[in-house]
Design a protein around this ligand. Structure first.
Ligand SMILES: C[S@@+](CC[C@H](N)C(=O)[O-])C[C@H]1O[C@@H](n2cnc3c(N)ncnc32)[C@H](O)[C@@H]1O
Length: 250
């Protein structure tokens, strides 16, 4: 069984996801494009939440492309559908309610993508493995996540900031999620049977006045959580050497 989504399903959490997505949009877009997302592609977005990554992908693939967002929470999926309609993207992006553990893809996609979703799984590699066959040969897999356990203390000291790291990490752990997945994306891809990924890391810095993270005038040295992005292209012929599923490293 997959763990429940630790942050729940409330208007407040949905507003938080939207605010977070605004901050993350530039890097997510760059990462999706660098990973190979192009106009006309078909895309599967795992754990689509309130729809930000799916909608961004829909903008990139354009009217000739298609995006399917998957989330097991029917309330959030309905809100994502309403956003797609409001933004005039309903012809390009659809949202379906399904658990990743039970979903059977109707066909292959050019790209399987996701943000902050391996983090929510008890066994992220097993969750990804179910979707390897959903990517056509030559297609791409693009995921990003963060490492909540790698806290960077605030300066000047902000107890709420520092405490929230510990709290979030503890909540994720007790609910069966994987708060440190961000530090081992390569292992996760290889164990899922994917090629060794290209991995990038980024750390947001609360450094400017008016920063959405913290007030930059007080917290010039405060770093956000370390984010990792991993991307790989599925080989055109299966059985090629770079595929994972080799012996597990410790
Ligand atoms: C942290 S949110 C991220 C949402 C979105 N990807 C974003 O970046 O804005 C994780 C989402 O994944 C969904 N989720 C987590 N595990 C899932 C599973 N096993 N099956 C389907 N959805 C899942 C949750 O319901 C939640 O909406």
């Amino acid at each position: 069984m997959t763990p429940p989504y630790p942050l729940g399903s409330s208007d407040r959490e949905h507003r938080r996801l939207t605010a977070q997505a605004r901050i993350l949009r530039p890097w997510t877009e760059r990462f999706l494009r660098r990973g190979g997302l192009r106009p006309g592609m078909s895309v599967l977005d795992l754990g689509s939440g309130i729809g930000d990554v799916s909608l961004l992908a829909a903008e990139i693939v354009g009217p000739r492309g298609r995006v399917l967002g998957l989330d097991r929470d029917p309330v959030i999926a309905e809100k994502a559908r309403a956003r797609a309609a409001r933004e005039g993207l309903a012809d390009v992006v659809r949202f379906e309610v399904a658990d990743l553990q039970e979903f059977t893809a109707p066909r292959q996609f050019d790209a399987v993508i996701g943000r902050y979703v391996p983090l929510c799984q008890r066994d992220p590699a097993a969750a990804l493995r179910r979707f390897v066959d959903c990517v056509r040969p030559g297609g791409i897999v693009v995921f990003r996540d963060f490492d909540v356990t790698n806290a960077s203390p605030s300066w000047p000291k902000c107890p709420v900031w520092d405490g929230s790291y510990r709290l979030l990490s503890d909540v994720l752990r007790v609910t069966g999620a994987t708060p440190d997945i961000g530090r081992r994306p390569s292992r996760c891809f290889m164990d899922a049977g994917l090629p060794h990924p290209v991995v990038e890391s980024l750390t947001p810095v609360a450094s400017a006045p008016g920063s959405p993270l913290l007030d930059g005038r007080r917290t010039a040295g405060t770093l956000g959580p370390v984010h990792y992005g991993a991307r790989a292209r599925v080989p055109r012929s299966t059985g090629a050497a770079p595929l994972g599923l080799g012996p597990q490293l410790p």
